[in-house]
Design a protein around this ligand. Structure first.
Ligand code: SF4
Length: 762
């Protein structure tokens, strides 16, 4: 791995090699080990990796892909190894670093440089008018936060943000504290990623979660992997897809970029993955235009209806539809009118390609559709997901082995946090259960999600921001507005393991509260504690850190929240915060009485591997207003581009975790020593008159006539779908205005940005 200083300007060091034809294999193991050993000691590396994803070990924070029942002793991927050793680093951020660098100087450093400084070690404060952070004691820091919150005109002037790294226990306490205080302002990172999945599945099926298990993935006849790059973002999904293939299943991948992990997988745990050619993943690859997925599934649905008309009773599952669904006739009448010309224009595909997929569908008894941000971060993300549900309902592909919906989540406990009540509009039954259990009346007015929260801070309606984990400033769209919004706050608080850019975007007063990571031992008054998480397939299990904490001054997230709640809510508050801090089992006892599916939580989570939450859809129960699954009617929407323009999607590099690059490389795509690149089909570059690796500005163009500019990118010829472009975030967040969001879900439209490339003077 080429290493370079993180704060260098990378623009002129770009090196391009051919995109990789396979994911993982021996190079992945070598890269993981190289990264681990350059950040921590061999002993900590061994202690961390051998415990990663084991039943009594650390849940990998890397993504939310589930663990198999029978675990290998190396049950992790290259990126998981990097994530957890990044946290286990022996590097430390001390008060001397903050004394040596003003906030402004830290703000000028790159995300990578900030991350590489290591683990935070003690609470810090930037006082009003100061230029630097300085140390502050825990008591003073927490009292300062509590006093600011208590001094607000209304609890709704505060926001409590969460990232998906937060455990079930901490998430439950955070929402309990916020609602006891009086607000539902609980934005989370889900607002920026899978909110469209929750909205679409919620309306169609009554529950916003996936319905499948790992066994279903292994048993499926046909799996669609849509708008997703599992090789980088959920690497062990490839082991599951390999198993599907071994069992005779077929995979159709649908994506604007031919990612390495969609082509071939070399499983380093099998001899064939070490010395052989590995496993072909996608039997068919559809290089679709960004935003064309709705049109694709509408045409697949039309073709199913036509096939049924030709062979009545042989294609659709009429029994399933009659028993479980409403809205079929209206949906069918609509979808029969979908025109080939419109679909081909929206998708950029050939008619023969779609007909080939249709033939595969007809040959398959059990079908799963998996997806990620390539679907959700579009203006029409919600109807796209609902059209996928229509597709599955037509042949009864829900609630039986090898069939169902599979939104693949990126953050390890993002699904669990929502289950625990991190949502600005939890249903009344949840609020009622909180009231019964804790004896207070939670607020009922809906709170702010992430986009509305930025609007509120920008407009002066919110002035205290408390972030539990994550890097809000870098995760949000419209970087400039988000930064201004946070800077306008009276107080910003970040509960964090490592330094990131959000610490440098300060309110008048800013506080950093350093916390334990997943890999750290967590010892409280009653002894060593574990926390729990819920993965993408609703499996709830333990996570237990093994390492000595990075500093003796660290507190766990649970402890920080309990101590803050006691100060905020006062001594008369009946919730036993002190007991919760001392024994996390007591928190789980309360969760068991509030959250359906968690009955007898402590006993069941003690079983190796934990337990699976029920999904009523699999029992033919649909918690929709009608009690039925809903066929929805969705207008065909796409992203028409004016001549000379492209549809840009923002994405992660392979050497990046969420907002944090670990290196200036994107190994699978063949990009080295640079991040300010934009990947464009060579034919599009030729049409635009732009030479390969020419320096350009990316200019986004919005319907209100406004334009936004990201400066100084190298245009790289890449086998992307015609008319599309791809570039890394957070660098391109600046191109997406705050108000450009998906209908219904309010998710920023980061995968559907209409841009033109402007050549820059050399
Ligand atoms: S697949 Fe996801 S959870 Fe599993 S080891 Fe890799 S990053 Fe971690």
């Amino acid at each position: 791995m080429t290493r370079r200083r993180a704060d260098d300007d990378p623009r002129d060091e770009l090196r391009v090699t051919s995109p990789k034809e396979y994911a993982a294999g021996v190079p992945a193991v070598a890269h993981a080990m190289e990264y681990a050993l350059s950040h921590t000691s061999p002993r900590r590396t061994a202690l961390t990796l051998l415990n990663l994803n084991q039943t009594e070990g650390i849940d990998c924070p890397g993504c939310a892909w589930p663990d198999p029942q029978h675990r290998h002793k190396n049950e992790y991927c290259e990126n998981g190894a990097k994530h957890v050793t990044d946290e286990a680093t022996t590097r430390r951020v001390t008060r001397e670093l903050f004394a040596a660098h003003s906030v402004a100087e830290l703000g000028a450093k790159s995300d990578m440089w900030l991350n590489e400084q290591g683990r935070l070690t003690e609470p810090m404060v930037k006082r009003a008018g100061a230029t630097h952070y300085e140390p502050i004691g825990w008591d003073e820091a927490l009292q300062l936060v509590a006093d600011e919150l208590r001094g607000l005109g209304s609890p709704d002037e505060a926001m409590f943000y969460t990232s998906g790294r937060v455990s079930n226990e901490a998430a439950f306490l955070l929402q309990l504290m916020a609602r006891s205080y009086g607000t539902n302002n609980l934005p989370d990172c889900s607002n920026m990623c899978h909110e469209s999945s929750g909205s679409g599945l919620g309306e169609s099926l009554g529950i916003g979660k996936g319905s499948v298990s790992l066994d279903d993935i292994h048993a499926a006849d046909l799996i669609f992997v849509v708008g997703q790059n599992p090789g980088t973002n959920h690497p062990r999904m490839l082991s599951a897809l390999e198993e599907t293939k071994r069992n005779g299943g077929t995979i159709v991948a649908v994506n604007p970029l031919p990612e390495a992990g969609l082509k071939r997988f070399k499983n380093p745990q099998r001899p064939s993955g070490v010395i052989g050619r590995g496993t072909v993943i996608a039997d068919q690859f559809l290089k679709i235009r960004p935003g064309g997925d709705l049109a694709l599934f509408q045409m697949l649905n039309r073709l199913l209806l036509e096939a049924e008309a030709s062979a009545p009773g042989a294609v659709l599952d009429h029994d399933y539809i009659a028993r479980n669904c409403i809205g079929f006739e209206e949906f069918a009448a609509d979808v029969r009118t979908v025109a080939w010309d419109d679909v081909l224009a929206a998708t950029g595909l050939e008619r023969a390609e779609i007909e080939e997929v249709h033939r595969r569908v007809l040959e398959s008894k059990s079908i799963i559709v998996c997806w990620a941000m390539g679907l959700t971060q579009h203006k029409h993300g919600v109807p796209t997901i609902q059209e996928i549900v229509n597709f599955l309902l037509l042949r009864g592909n829900l609630g039986r082995a090898g069939a169902g919906v599979c939104p693949v989540r990126g953050h390890s406990n993002v699904q669990g946090d929502r289950t625990m009540g991190i949502w600005e509009r939890m249903p009344q039954r949840f609020l009622d259960a909180l009231e019964t259990e804790f004896g207070f009346t939670p607020p009922t007015a809906h709170g702010y999600d992430s986009v509305d929260g930025v609007r509120a801070m920008r407009d002066g309606r919110a002035s205290v921001f408390v972030g539990v984990a994550g890097n809000f400033v870098r995760a949000m769209s419209d970087s400039d507005v988000t930064e201004q919004a946070l800077r306008s706050c009276r107080l910003t608080v970040q509960i964090s393991t490592k330094l990131n850019h959000s610490h440098t975007v300060c309110g008048e007063t800013a506080i950093i509260l350093p916390t334990l990571g997943r890999s750290d031992r967590d010892v409280q008054a009653t002894g060593e504690q574990f926390v729990t998480v819920e993965d993408s397939m609703s499996e709830v299990h333990q996570s237990r850190g093994r390492l000595e904490p990075a500093s003796s001054s660290l507190l766990s997230e649970v402890a920080i929240l309990c101590r803050l709640a006691r100060r905020l809510l006062g001594t008369g508050n009946p919730i036993p915060w002190e007991s919760f801090e001392g024994d996390y089992g007591l928190i789980r006892d309360r969760i068991a009485r509030v959250v359906p599916g968690f009955e007898d939580f402590n006993t069941r989570v003690a079983h190796p591997g934990g337990f699976r939450l029920p999904n009523p859809v699999n029992e033919g129960v649909f918690p929709t207003p009608s009690g039925k699954a809903v066929f929805t009617r969705n207008a065909l929407e796409s992203l028409p581009t004016p001549p000379g323009h492209l549809v840009l999607q923002s994405l992660r590099s392979h050497d990046q975790w969420n907002t944090i690059p670990y290196a200036m490389n994107d190994r699978y795509r063949g990009i080295h020593d640079a991040r300010r690149v934009v990947l464009v089909n060579p034919d599009d570059l030729a049409d635009l008159g732009i030479a390969d690796q020419e320096l350009v500005d990316i200019v986004s163009v919005w319907t209100d006539g406004t334009e936004r500019r990201a400066e100084g990118f190298r245009a790289v010829g890449y086998p992307a779908a015609r008319g599309s472009a791809a570039s890394y975030y957070p660098e391109t967040n600046v191109l997406v205005p705050l108000d450009s969001v998906a209908a219904v879900s309010n998710t920023p439209t980061s995968k559907g940005v209409i841009v033109r490339l402007e050549r820059r003077a050399p």
